[in-house]
Design a protein. Structure first.
Length: 187
């Protein structure tokens, strides 16, 4: 359960960040541009120097039999932050994964499990359940705020086309429409 006012805060943050970026409240928000605004770099495994071809193949395995089991990871070195996305996933999934990682940073979440590599990189993992739920909600709200969902319904947009326009999966769009009550409102 979220603390009182959390969902309202998320909607306000989504509107404010769009306003600061010169967007309307119902315009799509590019997670890569938000990452840049927050000073966070975004990489895919093929951009990691020194990663062997075999390691890259294992990281990006997505043959239908053995789907890649990771989505994104955040590395912190001092004040520098890098999010590495699994590029074998769909663009909609990557957008969701990136926005989820950014949401952890926006909320100031601290992990419980941290590993430090021999190179001194800190691998963040193990957010508690409450933090994961907050990041899930905020990321969905940043990608598809209520204003955008209402606009989609008011304009009678095809859901597949709307998902493409907002760079999200159809599953994410349907989830947000249901969880915000917008589907019920327009039924």
């Amino acid at each position: 359960m979220f603390e009182r006012g959390f969902k309202t805060w998320c909607e306000k943050y989504a509107a404010d960040i769009r306003h600061e970026s010169g967007l309307r409240p119902f315009d799509p928000l590019d997670p890569h541009k938000l990452a840049a605004k927050l000073g966070i770099r975004v990489w895919t495994p093929d951009q990691i120097r020194g990663l062997s071809a075999q390691s890259l193949e294992i990281l990006l395995r997505n043959d239908g039999k053995t789907p890649s089991c990771w989505s994104a990871v955040t590395l912190v070195v001092g004040k520098r932050i890098v999010v590495i996305l699994n590029s074998s996933h769909s663009q909609g999934r990557q957008a969701s994964d990136l926005m989820h990682e950014l949401s952890h940073r926006i909320r100031g979440h601290e992990t419980h499990d941290m590993e430090v590599s021999t190179e001194g990189l800190m691998l963040l993992s193990g957010y508690d359940k409450k933090q994961e739920e907050e990041a899930d909600w905020l990321s969905g709200c940043l990608l598809l705020p209520r204003d955008a969902l209402v606009s989609i319904k008011n304009r009678h947009l095809d859901l597949n086309e709307a998902a493409k326009t907002f760079g999200v999966s159809l599953r994410m769009l349907k989830y947000r429409l249901a969880m915000t009550g917008v589907s019920k409102q327009f039924a």
